[in-house]
Design a protein around this ligand. Structure first.
Ligand SMILES: Cc1cc2nc3c(=O)[nH]c(=O)nc-3n(C[C@H](O)[C@H](O)[C@H](O)COP(=O)(O)O)c2cc1C
Length: 380
């Protein structure tokens, strides 16, 4: 008699988060590999993907891979440290969590779990306007520096309301994202049929006032006269710098002249970024332009960088090119999905230790020692 055929199991959605770190999960890239099993496929594509043909997304990695470190030997490194003093705050290391929207999409612990990991690993954290938990709850979970990422709202009053809430909750800086007044062309997410799950919302915008919709006539553009009519301009940044009690940082700068313009109106620092290759495609990566930005704004002006940072050697290279610190975007989401706060803490520790190893093997005891001549250009 034939044995009964085992009932075929239907796929039941993403695997549950792990409660311990498997021995073969040893690098940031490993988190991406594991994350595919722990995230709904359409959500994964949305997170992983970039704009249009993903030329900028690919460029972000290539810019790091094409750079080589030029190590020095036999130096005394016993006093070595990754300590950073930036904008009147102390950081144990120069690796911050980038603002990433809707983290509850991948783990019920959401942004709070990320904040716990940031606290444990003494990593700075930037919380998105589009966080899926109240900004106050997230802030309570970390002792490390926390900054609030602001998307300008249609109403200035409501924008100021968010700013005041952030200040009250203990955020020390405002990071205004300026490179995404509208979504880029996100073909990968479109093809995957991505939609925001119903139970995940931008909860901090719940009180947003309903403003009358602009009515366009047929000769007007939905983009220019529609969406872009709400987008902030330099005038709004000037206004915010004046009104905000917190220093303002601009995120999403690529052109050195925009960094100069920011500095000129009292912006406290810039984050050189192409938004993880998710907005305008075919723009350069932050690593392509960071040297020019640094040279243009001069030493001492805070310049951070993100896009494609996946290794301690990447952090090293970014600093050698003139960045003060780097932000980590997608890897935090993957680590959160794979193992919650434990995963994010582990991922941050891996990166921090990789940076320490890179510094040691390159002969640099402090971040200040990581100078442009630590990179090999073939003609050094
Ligand atoms: C899923 C996702 C959501 C993001 N949401 C935001 C956001 O709400 N605000 C923002 O300023 N940047 C946002 N970013 C961009 C990141 O802050 C960061 O610039 C980028 O991810 C860095 O590149 P990386 O992912 O290669 O590290 C998001 C990025 C991803 C992948």
């Amino acid at each position: 008699m034939n044995a009964p055929v085992a009932e075929q199991k239907k796929p039941i959605g993403p695997a549950a988060p792990l409660t311990s770190i498997p021995p073969d999960l040893v690098s940031v890239q490993d988190y991406e590999r594991y994350a595919r099993a722990h995230i709904d496929p359409a959500v994964f594509e949305y997170i992983y993907g970039g704009g249009a043909d993903e030329i900028s997304l690919c460029r972000n990695r290539r810019a790091f891979d094409e750079l080589m470190i030029y190590p020095r030997v036999l130096r005394d490194l016993t006093q070595g440290s990754t300590h950073l003093r930036l904008l009147q705050e102390d950081f144990r290391h120069p690796i911050l969590l980038a603002p990433v929207a809707f983290q509850k999409m991948v783990h019920p612990g959401g942004e709070s779990a990320l904040a716990q990991a940031a606290s444990l690993l003494e990593a700075g954290m930037i919380v998105s306007t589009l966080a899926s938990e109240p900004l106050e709850d997230i802030a309570r979970q970390t002792q490390s520096p926390r900054w609030f990422q602001l998307y300008f709202q249609q109403s200035r009053d409501f924008t100021m309301q968010l700013v005041r809430r952030a200040k009250l909750a203990g955020y020390s800086k405002l990071v205004v994202t300026v490179d995404a007044p509208l979504h880029g062309i996100r073909n990968r997410a479109q093809r995957a049929g991505f939609v925001l799950p119903e139970d995940v919302t931008a909860i901090n915008l719940n009180d947003r006032p309903e403003l009358p919709r602009r009515v366009l006539n047929p000769s007007q553009s939905i983009v220019f006269q529609g969406m872009m009519s709400e987008a902030p301009t330099w005038e709004d940044i000037r206004w915010l710098v004046e009104k905000s009690e917190m220093p303002v940082i601009l995120k999403g700068i690529l052109h050195p002249q925009d960094a100069v313009a920011a500095k000129a109106i009292g912006v406290a620092g810039v984050i050189v970024s192409n938004h993880g290759g998710r907005t305008l495609d075919t723009v350069p990566s932050a690593m392509d332009v960071i040297r020019t930005v640094r040279a243009t704004v001069g030493p001492g002006y805070p310049v951070l960088l993100d896009g494609g940072v996946q290794r301690g050697t990447d952090v090293f290279k970014a600093i050698a090119m003139g960045a003060d610190a780097v932000l980590i975007g997608r890897p935090q989401v993957y680590a959160l999905a794979v193992a919650g706060a434990l995963g994010v803490a582990h991922m941050l520790r891996v990166l921090r230790e990789e940076l320490e190893v890179a510094m040691s093997l390159a002969g640099t005891a402090t971040l200040a020692d990581i100078t442009p001549d630590m990179l090999f250009r073939g003609v050094n």
